[in-house]
Design a protein around this ligand. Sequence first.
Ligand code: MTE
Ligand code: MOS
Length: 806
Amino acid sequence: MRDLLNKLGKPLEVKLDSAVLAQSQAPTTQGSPKAGRDAKHDSAHKHVAGAAQYIDDRFPHAGQLYGCVGKSPHAHARVISMNLDKVRAAPGVLCVITADDIPGHLDIGPVFPGDMLLVKDKVEFVGQPLFAVAAESHAAARRAVKLAEVEYEVLPATLTIEDALQQQLFVRPPHQMRLGEPETALANAPNRLRGDIEVGGQEHFYLEGQISLAIPEEDGGMHIFASSQHPSEVQKLVAEVLDVPFNRITVDVRRMGGGFGGKETQAAPWACLAAVLARKSGRPVKFRLSRSDDMEMTGKRHHFHNHFDVGFDDEGRILGADITVNGLCGYSPDLSDAIVDRAMFHSDNAYFLANANITGNRCKTHTVSNTAFRGFGGPQGMMAAEAMIEAIARRVGKDPVEIRLLNYYREDHERYDFKQSGYDVTPYHQKVEQNLIPLMTRKLMADADYHARKAAIRAFNASSPVLKKGLALTPVKFGISFTVQHLNQAGALIHIYTDGSIHLNHGGTEMGQGLYTKVAQIVAQEFQVDVDNIVVSAARTDKVPNTSPTAASSGTDLNGKAAQNAAQTIKGRLIEFACEQYQVTPEQVYFADNNVHVGEKAFPFAEFIQQAYMGRVSLSATGFYKTPKIHYDRDTASGRPFFYFANGVAASEVVVDTLTGEYKVLRADILHDVGKSLNPAIDIGQIEGGFIQGMGWLTTEEVCWDANGRLLSNSPANYKIPTLGDLPEVLNVELLPNEPNREETIYHSKAVGEPPFMLAISVWCALKDAISSLTDYRIDPPLHTPSTPEKVLAAVEATLSAAKGE
Ligand code: MTE
Ligand code: MOS
């Protein structure tokens, strides 16, 4: 942390590899790099000062109303009757709507049907919205919804993965991936282990909860301010719900106070409800969920229960694996098909499974519909691979890191001795190219003094009866691209005004991750102007249409390229103009350090723009990008779903009190691969934030339900996210140097948003290492997640009794 602050204090000199940069930009750009160096988040000072405007900070409009929903107290029930007379008569209430008042679509399922904006006759989770009101104040709306008289016929509820599996209750059909001959490999393997791992869900806990503001406009139109990662989908759904063409609806997203996947699909219902109430009342309506409503009524990370059956040789080399990942999806499909797919895509993590069978089940339960959350199922899938590695290590009596090194996908320089293809392939038949993980593991082991510390920890544990330390190193290989192919596209819009200032829009939304800063740096790099000459206003559907969600960590990859494309279009026009005006060749025109050089002359950028305007040159352009190379055939579960992989390794050290189960993370060392970083300060921030959020997921954050499907962890008082006190005392983060992305991404950078989240698996493995020391590392502790102190203590006891039973 201190390291980062130091770096922010003085600009980090990150040397740009000029050869690499030259490849991906017009030869007409020279001068100092704008991209590839630290630049502060464009809103950082406003975030700190409270000056960044969020939707709830907007001044209320004249006549503005406030929305709230009435919700189901049952997990599964038929609605027999609903009497809303008292709600309508409540003080301050101007408008009440039920499913019958929706002018257009009632089902707002983002990919598959199943998400009813308001329930018509059957509720499928506790907290499901039945009706909505708009009142003169937020408090009046909240008081009014409690007055509803609803009769239910309560039905039996399915609440767990096991129950759903037993009843074969799925929101989408199961899916399978297959490589080699897993059955034969398993049958012939000298050693075989079966195991399972429970992986808990996670509450997003964005600081700004779900919120939308709908302002009615002429001709049935609606202007929506939303806190959404997917403005185009909000536009589409609001239009469909209101039954108007898409062009009547404008959605504006300036920023979110965090999204983390929770605002990819699940920001839409509140915008839709606000819009219907605004249409009906003719007034602006703001819909803001209270924190406890937000926690109860919106989906979370999927809880998973994964099983493995693995065959391996005496060294610990995996010969065959059969892995099943079961995701708890809740009552509707939402994004669960793609999320369970991503869990399957990552159940190999960084390991070559030559003979693998991978099954993914999408379990339906009568709980809120779970949704995207940083990693999008990938983290839960990876836990299957790491649980497998840990189990093998204890069985063959080796340090788990040895088993990891033994099973990694091959590095490039070793590729020549591998079959015909030249590369190892994943269970979905994608070649693993530019595999940096073995190299990164060796580097981190050296930099973090792995072997010496491991020896010191063994010595410490031998003489410490209660406190036990653990150290573990785990890798992350995360596939970058939306696995739904058509989403891998983006648009941008650039205007240059006559004073030389630049206005930039693109399809990406800002949720704190620094996307706007990075894309502005790219445009600054192309025009060779200072970053603060560029304003990124907001993601707006009337500026850049038909956009993809800002998700899958692809925001910069997609929108950065689209913005570069728009910038290059305008540059082309400027160069053409310069050639005509000054009788030079294109080679004699270049942009450098806020100047446009034309032959022997140099003009300040603003002055040259003024000339171009007088010369009637168009100073506005759109840009577009689509990711090349990717394809995937889901029927055969093979192809290249990912443009490339982002990689990371982390080594975490913990100390566990084996009498109470309490623990502390003492130190974490991270080496992460962002290719050629566009902004090291922001990338390191994403890595630190992702790691800590991942640590929360695996340790303290426990989503709890009662036996009737009611959420118990519904406030910060009973749900514990990591705070400053949970930070490891030592947290070293390094960006892997000298390894630009070999693919043609924007300046050969790599996505960074989600991958570091999974580095926290090293904390879980370190806890297991500490517990395992009680049995001289022979027993693999059955530690499920979140590994709260209670679960750690249970694992300590189970490990000790397993050792006795040997
Ligand atoms: N960082 C912050 N500060 N806030 C967020 O909400 N969301 C994460 C990640 N980093 C998030 C974040 C998630 S889930 C994704 S997919 C990416 O940012 C999305 O942004 P990107 O594609 O621009 O990296
Ligand atoms: Mo991130 S889970 O892809 O929004």
